[in-house]
Design a protein around this ligand. Structure first.
Ligand SMILES: O=C[C@H](O)[C@H](O)COP(=O)(O)O
Ligand SMILES: C=C(OP(=O)(O)O)C(=O)O
Length: 351
Protein backbone atom coordinates (compact mmCIF):
# COMPACT_ATOMS: atom_id res chain seq x y z
CA UNK A 1 0.00 0.00 0.00
CA UNK A 2 1.71 3.27 -1.05
CA UNK A 3 1.28 6.36 1.08
CA UNK A 4 -0.62 9.44 0.03
CA UNK A 5 1.84 12.34 -0.06
CA UNK A 6 1.09 15.41 2.07
CA UNK A 7 3.42 18.33 2.65
CA UNK A 8 3.93 17.63 6.36
CA UNK A 9 3.81 13.90 7.03
CA UNK A 10 5.10 10.53 5.83
CA UNK A 11 7.94 12.24 4.03
CA UNK A 12 10.27 9.34 4.77
CA UNK A 13 7.69 6.56 4.58
CA UNK A 14 7.67 4.45 1.42
CA UNK A 15 4.81 2.00 2.14
CA UNK A 16 2.27 0.91 4.72
CA UNK A 17 1.67 -2.85 4.54
CA UNK A 18 -1.31 -4.64 6.14
CA UNK A 19 -0.53 -7.40 8.64
CA UNK A 20 -2.49 -10.29 10.15
CA UNK A 21 -4.22 -9.61 13.49
CA UNK A 22 -3.08 -11.38 16.67
CA UNK A 23 -6.42 -13.26 16.79
CA UNK A 24 -6.07 -14.48 13.19
CA UNK A 25 -2.52 -15.70 13.83
CA UNK A 26 -3.53 -17.46 17.05
CA UNK A 27 -6.48 -19.08 15.27
CA UNK A 28 -4.18 -20.34 12.52
CA UNK A 29 -1.56 -21.52 15.04
CA UNK A 30 -3.33 -22.08 18.37
CA UNK A 31 -1.66 -22.70 21.71
CA UNK A 32 -2.11 -26.46 22.18
CA UNK A 33 -2.90 -28.05 25.56
CA UNK A 34 0.63 -29.52 25.73
CA UNK A 35 2.27 -26.18 24.95
CA UNK A 36 0.10 -24.42 27.51
CA UNK A 37 1.16 -26.91 30.18
CA UNK A 38 4.83 -26.28 29.30
CA UNK A 39 4.43 -22.49 29.54
CA UNK A 40 2.48 -22.47 32.80
CA UNK A 41 4.64 -25.03 34.58
CA UNK A 42 7.85 -23.25 33.55
CA UNK A 43 6.60 -19.82 34.62
CA UNK A 44 5.70 -21.26 38.03
CA UNK A 45 9.06 -22.99 38.33
CA UNK A 46 11.00 -19.87 37.33
CA UNK A 47 9.05 -17.72 39.82
CA UNK A 48 9.73 -20.26 42.57
CA UNK A 49 13.47 -20.22 41.76
CA UNK A 50 13.63 -16.41 41.65
CA UNK A 51 11.78 -15.99 44.94
CA UNK A 52 13.80 -18.68 46.73
CA UNK A 53 11.07 -21.35 47.05
CA UNK A 54 12.94 -23.76 44.77
CA UNK A 55 16.72 -24.04 45.03
CA UNK A 56 17.27 -25.43 41.54
CA UNK A 57 19.22 -23.33 39.03
CA UNK A 58 17.60 -21.62 36.03
CA UNK A 59 19.64 -22.17 32.84
CA UNK A 60 18.70 -20.23 29.71
CA UNK A 61 20.55 -21.73 26.77
CA UNK A 62 20.40 -21.41 23.01
CA UNK A 63 21.54 -19.59 19.92
CA UNK A 64 22.32 -15.91 19.92
CA UNK A 65 19.66 -15.72 17.21
CA UNK A 66 17.37 -18.13 15.42
CA UNK A 67 17.83 -18.14 11.64
CA UNK A 68 16.95 -21.69 10.57
CA UNK A 69 13.97 -23.60 12.03
CA UNK A 70 15.49 -27.02 11.29
CA UNK A 71 18.65 -26.29 13.25
CA UNK A 72 16.60 -24.66 16.01
CA UNK A 73 14.42 -27.78 16.35
CA UNK A 74 17.45 -30.05 16.21
CA UNK A 75 18.90 -28.03 19.12
CA UNK A 76 15.53 -28.04 20.90
CA UNK A 77 15.24 -31.84 20.74
CA UNK A 78 18.68 -32.21 22.34
CA UNK A 79 17.94 -29.63 25.01
CA UNK A 80 14.53 -31.14 25.79
CA UNK A 81 16.21 -34.51 26.36
CA UNK A 82 18.86 -32.93 28.60
CA UNK A 83 16.14 -31.04 30.48
CA UNK A 84 14.37 -34.31 31.32
CA UNK A 85 17.56 -35.87 32.66
CA UNK A 86 18.55 -32.90 34.84
CA UNK A 87 15.22 -31.53 35.98
CA UNK A 88 15.62 -32.55 39.62
CA UNK A 89 18.37 -29.89 40.00
CA UNK A 90 18.04 -27.60 36.97
CA UNK A 91 15.31 -25.73 35.08
CA UNK A 92 16.41 -25.60 31.42
CA UNK A 93 14.80 -23.06 29.08
CA UNK A 94 15.69 -22.42 25.43
CA UNK A 95 16.72 -19.01 24.09
CA UNK A 96 14.50 -18.44 21.07
CA UNK A 97 15.69 -14.94 20.13
CA UNK A 98 13.99 -13.75 16.97
CA UNK A 99 14.41 -9.96 17.15
CA UNK A 100 17.99 -8.68 17.39
CA UNK A 101 18.81 -5.23 18.76
CA UNK A 102 21.75 -3.89 16.76
CA UNK A 103 24.41 -1.46 17.88
CA UNK A 104 24.05 0.32 14.54
CA UNK A 105 22.80 -1.78 11.64
CA UNK A 106 22.83 -5.47 10.75
CA UNK A 107 20.46 -8.40 10.25
CA UNK A 108 17.58 -7.82 12.68
CA UNK A 109 16.47 -11.38 13.25
CA UNK A 110 14.22 -14.17 12.03
CA UNK A 111 10.95 -12.44 12.89
CA UNK A 112 11.92 -9.18 11.24
CA UNK A 113 13.75 -10.51 8.18
CA UNK A 114 13.13 -14.27 7.89
CA UNK A 115 14.55 -14.57 4.36
CA UNK A 116 17.73 -12.79 5.49
CA UNK A 117 17.77 -10.67 2.36
CA UNK A 118 16.55 -7.28 3.55
CA UNK A 119 12.99 -7.96 2.30
CA UNK A 120 11.60 -7.48 5.86
CA UNK A 121 8.80 -10.01 5.33
CA UNK A 122 7.54 -9.54 8.89
CA UNK A 123 4.25 -11.34 8.18
CA UNK A 124 6.08 -14.55 7.30
CA UNK A 125 8.43 -13.93 10.24
CA UNK A 126 5.47 -13.77 12.64
CA UNK A 127 3.93 -17.00 11.26
CA UNK A 128 7.17 -18.94 11.28
CA UNK A 129 8.17 -17.71 14.73
CA UNK A 130 4.81 -18.63 16.25
CA UNK A 131 4.95 -22.07 14.61
CA UNK A 132 8.50 -22.63 15.90
CA UNK A 133 7.80 -21.46 19.45
CA UNK A 134 4.70 -23.70 19.49
CA UNK A 135 6.69 -26.76 18.39
CA UNK A 136 9.42 -26.16 20.97
CA UNK A 137 6.82 -25.89 23.74
CA UNK A 138 5.24 -29.10 22.42
CA UNK A 139 8.52 -30.86 23.20
CA UNK A 140 8.02 -29.85 26.83
CA UNK A 141 10.82 -27.29 26.46
CA UNK A 142 10.00 -23.73 27.64
CA UNK A 143 10.85 -20.69 25.52
CA UNK A 144 12.77 -17.50 26.46
CA UNK A 145 13.09 -14.36 24.34
CA UNK A 146 13.94 -10.65 24.34
CA UNK A 147 11.14 -8.07 23.98
CA UNK A 148 11.90 -5.55 21.32
CA UNK A 149 8.95 -4.44 19.19
CA UNK A 150 6.01 -3.27 21.33
CA UNK A 151 3.35 -4.96 19.11
CA UNK A 152 5.00 -8.39 18.96
CA UNK A 153 3.92 -9.62 22.44
CA UNK A 154 0.27 -9.72 21.35
CA UNK A 155 1.18 -12.27 18.69
CA UNK A 156 3.54 -14.54 20.61
CA UNK A 157 3.71 -14.11 24.34
CA UNK A 158 1.15 -16.75 25.29
CA UNK A 159 4.03 -19.08 24.27
CA UNK A 160 6.65 -17.45 26.49
CA UNK A 161 7.99 -18.78 29.81
CA UNK A 162 10.56 -16.01 30.38
CA UNK A 163 11.31 -12.66 28.78
CA UNK A 164 13.95 -9.98 29.08
CA UNK A 165 14.91 -6.45 28.18
CA UNK A 166 18.34 -6.29 26.60
CA UNK A 167 21.20 -3.96 27.40
CA UNK A 168 20.20 -1.54 24.63
CA UNK A 169 16.56 -1.07 25.72
CA UNK A 170 16.68 -1.48 29.49
CA UNK A 171 16.57 2.30 29.97
CA UNK A 172 13.67 2.81 27.54
CA UNK A 173 10.38 3.77 29.17
CA UNK A 174 8.48 2.24 26.24
CA UNK A 175 10.04 -1.12 27.00
CA UNK A 176 9.79 -0.86 30.77
CA UNK A 177 6.05 -0.15 30.65
CA UNK A 178 5.63 -2.97 28.14
CA UNK A 179 7.42 -5.29 30.60
CA UNK A 180 4.86 -4.29 33.25
CA UNK A 181 2.22 -6.11 31.17
CA UNK A 182 4.11 -9.33 30.44
CA UNK A 183 2.65 -12.45 32.08
CA UNK A 184 6.02 -14.20 32.30
CA UNK A 185 8.92 -13.38 34.69
CA UNK A 186 11.16 -10.70 33.19
CA UNK A 187 14.94 -10.31 33.36
CA UNK A 188 16.59 -6.89 32.93
CA UNK A 189 20.15 -6.64 31.66
CA UNK A 190 22.62 -4.07 32.88
CA UNK A 191 23.27 -1.35 30.27
CA UNK A 192 25.97 -1.67 27.62
CA UNK A 193 28.00 0.90 29.59
CA UNK A 194 27.93 -1.48 32.58
CA UNK A 195 25.34 0.32 34.74
CA UNK A 196 23.50 -2.20 36.93
CA UNK A 197 21.40 0.62 38.37
CA UNK A 198 19.63 0.87 35.00
CA UNK A 199 18.48 -2.73 35.41
CA UNK A 200 17.37 -2.16 39.02
CA UNK A 201 15.48 0.98 37.95
CA UNK A 202 13.83 -1.03 35.18
CA UNK A 203 12.65 -3.63 37.73
CA UNK A 204 11.15 -0.81 39.82
CA UNK A 205 9.45 0.74 36.78
CA UNK A 206 8.09 -2.57 35.46
CA UNK A 207 6.74 -3.55 38.87
CA UNK A 208 4.42 -0.53 38.85
CA UNK A 209 1.06 -0.20 37.10
CA UNK A 210 1.18 1.68 33.79
CA UNK A 211 -0.94 2.60 30.78
CA UNK A 212 0.28 2.69 27.17
CA UNK A 213 -0.84 2.47 23.55
CA UNK A 214 -0.95 -0.95 21.96
CA UNK A 215 -3.31 -3.14 19.90
CA UNK A 216 -6.10 -5.54 20.86
CA UNK A 217 -6.38 -9.15 19.65
CA UNK A 218 -8.24 -7.71 16.65
CA UNK A 219 -5.45 -5.18 16.01
CA UNK A 220 -7.53 -2.18 17.04
CA UNK A 221 -5.56 0.65 18.56
CA UNK A 222 -6.17 0.67 22.31
CA UNK A 223 -4.85 1.84 25.65
CA UNK A 224 -3.84 -1.00 27.93
CA UNK A 225 -3.72 -0.58 31.71
CA UNK A 226 -1.32 -2.90 33.52
CA UNK A 227 -0.93 -4.04 37.11
CA UNK A 228 2.89 -4.43 37.00
CA UNK A 229 5.28 -7.37 36.75
CA UNK A 230 6.29 -8.69 40.21
CA UNK A 231 8.95 -11.11 38.91
CA UNK A 232 11.73 -8.79 37.72
CA UNK A 233 15.38 -9.74 38.21
CA UNK A 234 18.80 -8.50 37.09
CA UNK A 235 20.94 -10.13 34.40
CA UNK A 236 24.63 -9.27 34.66
CA UNK A 237 26.18 -9.27 31.15
CA UNK A 238 29.25 -7.08 31.66
CA UNK A 239 29.72 -3.71 29.96
CA UNK A 240 32.22 -1.24 28.60
CA UNK A 241 34.41 -1.34 31.75
CA UNK A 242 34.59 -5.15 31.54
CA UNK A 243 32.95 -8.27 32.98
CA UNK A 244 30.71 -8.11 36.07
CA UNK A 245 30.19 -11.74 37.09
CA UNK A 246 32.77 -11.68 39.94
CA UNK A 247 31.78 -11.98 43.61
CA UNK A 248 32.18 -8.22 44.27
CA UNK A 249 29.91 -7.27 41.36
CA UNK A 250 27.34 -9.84 42.48
CA UNK A 251 27.44 -8.50 46.08
CA UNK A 252 27.08 -4.89 44.80
CA UNK A 253 24.11 -5.92 42.66
CA UNK A 254 22.50 -7.68 45.60
CA UNK A 255 22.94 -4.49 47.69
CA UNK A 256 21.39 -2.32 44.95
CA UNK A 257 18.40 -4.65 44.68
CA UNK A 258 17.84 -4.69 48.43
CA UNK A 259 18.19 -0.89 48.66
CA UNK A 260 15.47 -0.54 46.02
CA UNK A 261 13.21 -2.92 47.96
CA UNK A 262 13.53 -5.86 45.54
CA UNK A 263 14.15 -9.50 46.26
CA UNK A 264 17.80 -10.16 45.32
CA UNK A 265 17.52 -12.38 42.26
CA UNK A 266 20.42 -12.33 39.79
CA UNK A 267 21.22 -14.24 36.60
CA UNK A 268 24.60 -14.11 34.90
CA UNK A 269 24.85 -13.97 31.12
CA UNK A 270 28.11 -15.77 30.35
CA UNK A 271 28.34 -14.15 26.91
CA UNK A 272 28.55 -10.54 25.67
CA UNK A 273 30.88 -8.34 27.73
CA UNK A 274 31.24 -11.06 30.39
CA UNK A 275 33.06 -13.23 27.85
CA UNK A 276 34.61 -10.20 26.14
CA UNK A 277 32.77 -11.50 23.06
CA UNK A 278 34.97 -14.62 22.97
CA UNK A 279 32.56 -17.58 23.04
CA UNK A 280 35.19 -19.92 24.47
CA UNK A 281 35.40 -17.75 27.62
CA UNK A 282 31.76 -18.49 28.47
CA UNK A 283 32.87 -21.75 30.11
CA UNK A 284 35.14 -19.85 32.53
CA UNK A 285 32.31 -17.47 33.51
CA UNK A 286 29.91 -20.38 33.95
CA UNK A 287 32.24 -22.30 36.26
CA UNK A 288 33.13 -19.21 38.30
CA UNK A 289 29.45 -18.45 38.93
CA UNK A 290 28.76 -22.07 39.86
CA UNK A 291 31.56 -21.87 42.42
CA UNK A 292 30.09 -18.67 43.89
CA UNK A 293 26.74 -20.38 44.16
CA UNK A 294 28.33 -23.46 45.75
CA UNK A 295 29.96 -21.13 48.32
CA UNK A 296 26.49 -19.99 49.34
CA UNK A 297 25.60 -16.96 47.17
CA UNK A 298 21.92 -17.80 46.94
CA UNK A 299 21.04 -14.55 45.12
CA UNK A 300 22.58 -16.20 42.02
CA UNK A 301 19.53 -17.87 40.54
CA UNK A 302 20.76 -18.86 37.12
CA UNK A 303 22.95 -18.57 34.07
CA UNK A 304 22.57 -17.74 30.41
CA UNK A 305 24.69 -19.25 27.65
CA UNK A 306 24.88 -18.46 23.94
CA UNK A 307 25.10 -21.90 22.44
CA UNK A 308 24.32 -23.54 19.10
CA UNK A 309 24.85 -26.93 17.47
CA UNK A 310 28.34 -25.99 16.30
CA UNK A 311 30.79 -23.47 17.78
CA UNK A 312 31.69 -20.02 16.49
CA UNK A 313 29.87 -17.82 14.04
CA UNK A 314 29.67 -17.27 10.29
CA UNK A 315 29.11 -14.20 8.13
CA UNK A 316 25.87 -13.85 6.20
CA UNK A 317 26.56 -15.12 2.68
CA UNK A 318 25.40 -13.47 -0.55
CA UNK A 319 21.84 -14.46 -1.61
CA UNK A 320 21.53 -18.06 -2.73
CA UNK A 321 24.75 -19.28 -1.10
CA UNK A 322 24.30 -21.92 1.60
CA UNK A 323 25.10 -21.23 5.25
CA UNK A 324 26.86 -23.73 7.50
CA UNK A 325 24.29 -25.78 9.40
CA UNK A 326 23.84 -25.00 13.10
CA UNK A 327 26.37 -22.13 13.26
CA UNK A 328 25.40 -18.69 14.61
CA UNK A 329 25.02 -15.77 12.19
CA UNK A 330 25.21 -13.19 15.00
CA UNK A 331 27.38 -13.54 18.14
CA UNK A 332 29.72 -16.55 18.32
CA UNK A 333 28.28 -19.43 20.35
CA UNK A 334 29.58 -22.52 22.12
CA UNK A 335 28.81 -25.79 20.35
CA UNK A 336 26.51 -28.55 21.63
CA UNK A 337 29.24 -30.80 23.05
CA UNK A 338 30.59 -28.04 25.29
CA UNK A 339 27.08 -26.94 26.22
CA UNK A 340 26.11 -30.41 27.36
CA UNK A 341 29.31 -30.70 29.43
CA UNK A 342 28.60 -27.35 31.13
CA UNK A 343 25.05 -28.37 31.98
CA UNK A 344 26.36 -31.56 33.61
CA UNK A 345 28.93 -29.44 35.50
CA UNK A 346 26.07 -27.37 36.88
CA UNK A 347 24.16 -30.53 37.76
CA UNK A 348 27.12 -31.92 39.69
CA UNK A 349 27.82 -28.62 41.47
CA UNK A 350 24.26 -28.50 42.77
CA UNK A 351 24.54 -31.91 44.33
O1 LIG B 1 23.42 -10.55 21.04
C1 LIG B 1 23.66 -10.10 19.96
C2 LIG B 1 24.46 -8.90 19.74
O2 LIG B 1 25.39 -8.72 20.76
C3 LIG B 1 23.56 -7.69 19.69
O3 LIG B 1 22.49 -7.97 18.83
C4 LIG B 1 24.35 -6.48 19.18
O4 LIG B 1 24.98 -6.83 18.04
P1 LIG B 1 25.87 -5.84 17.20
O5 LIG B 1 26.69 -5.03 18.14
O6 LIG B 1 26.67 -6.78 16.36
O7 LIG B 1 24.94 -4.99 16.39
C1 LIG C 1 21.47 -8.82 22.55
C2 LIG C 1 21.66 -9.62 23.59
O1 LIG C 1 22.25 -9.27 24.74
P1 LIG C 1 22.61 -7.83 25.31
O2 LIG C 1 21.33 -7.08 25.34
O3 LIG C 1 23.16 -8.16 26.64
O4 LIG C 1 23.62 -7.23 24.39
C3 LIG C 1 21.27 -11.04 23.56
O5 LIG C 1 21.26 -11.68 24.62
O6 LIG C 1 21.00 -11.52 22.47
Amino acid sequence: MTTPGTPTENLHVTTFEPVITPRELKTALPLTARAERTVLAARDAIRAILHGHDDRLLLILGPCSIHDEHAALDYAHRLAHLRERTRDRLELVMRVYVEKPRTTVGWRGFLTDPHMNGAYDLSTGLHRTRALMGRINELGLPVATELLDPFVPQYLFDLLAWGCLGARTVESQTHRVMASAVSAPMGFKNGTGGSVKLAVDAITAAKHPHAFFTITEDARACIVHTSGNPDGHVILRGGTPGPNFDAHSVADTEALLRAAGHHPAILVDCSHANSRSDHTRQAHVWRDVLQQRARGTTSLKGLMLESHLHPGKQPLTPAGQPLQYGVSVTDACLGWTDTEALVWDAYETLQ
